[in-house]
Write a protein that binds this ligand. Structure first.
Ligand code: 13P
Length: 255
């Protein structure tokens, strides 16, 4: 059985103080949530502070982005080793906001994924279709292209250690959540694709998270789908009570 991963993507929100408070509140309840894995991804400038707030609690730390080079003249960028240095174990890569607002391509995301894996970070690689792509019946094609491009050249072992997040762009921050059936359809397709590209054991091992308007009141239904192995949560991860409630839905389903 794959253990649920409940991940909070704080995006460009919080302050040093409010981020530490949020992480502290999650950390305080982590003991009761050990049936699931917890991950928080604050803005990079707050990573060290959030790490301190987490202390010894079982809450992993992730960044929201990184650059693929190890060091050098890349003004404004941070490397995988820097993220590790401040306590990160994970890094979100290819989030739709980076693809569509910052112009990241599958090739960029592929370089970052390889660099993250080489440094020993777990990449959380995001894929997802736009509303017009879904309406044109192109969802499966878009997901396949993003998957193949973003994970090109990885070994089966590396893929097994990567987390995939399916985030339909039309469901992000809109309150419009994918139905559990819509989520499951894409997740099952992704797992089938991984089995085809690699092998069945790899497909069984990979955790595929759903993201897009996950809230306490829809978490049980979404996490209850066979191929949904966790959630990547934006807005609701900014409230400790909501994030913990979603994690508790995962704990209940794990029984
Ligand atoms: P929301 O949960 O705010 O829709 O954001 C989802 C997301 O983009 C997480 O990465």
């Amino acid at each position: 059985m794959r253990k649920f991963l409940i991940a909070g993507n704080w995006k460009m929100n919080t302050t040093a103080a409010s981020g530490a408070e949020l992480a502290g509140a999650v950390a305080a309840q982590a003991g009761e949530l050990s049936a699931v894995d917890l991950l928080v991804c604050p803005p990079s400038v707050y990573l060290a502070g959030v790490k301190a707030a987490i202390g010894d609690a079982n809450v992993a730390l992730g960044a929201q982005n990184m650059y693929h080079e190890a060091s050098g003249a890349f003004t404004g960028e941070v490397s995988a080793d820097m993220l590790k240095d401040v306590g990160c174990t994970h890094v979100i890569l290819g989030h739709s906001e980076r693809r569509h607002i910052l112009g990241e391509t599958d090739e960029d995301i592929n370089k970052k994924t390889k660099a993250a894996l080489a440094a020993g970070l777990i990449p959380v690689v995001c894929v997802g279709e736009l509303l017009e792509e879904r309406e044109a019946g192109k969802t499966a094609e878009v997901i396949q292209t993003q998957f193949d491009g973003s994970l090109a050249g990885l070994t089966a072992e590396q893929v097994a250690g990567t987390v995939i997040a399916y985030e339909p762009v039309w469901a992000i921050g809109t309150g419009k959540v994918a139905t559990p059936e819509q989520a499951e359809e894409v997740h099952a397709d992704l797992r089938k694709l991984i089995a085809e590209r690699y092998n069945a054991a790899t497909a069984e091992a990979v955790r595929i998270l759903y993201g897009g308007s996950v809230k306490p009141d829809n978490a049980t239904e979404l996490l209850g789908q066979d191929d949904v192995d966790g959630a990547l949560i934006g807005g609701a991860s900014l409230k400790a009570a909501d994030f913990v409630a979603i994690a508790k839905a995962g704990v209940e389903l794990s029984k």
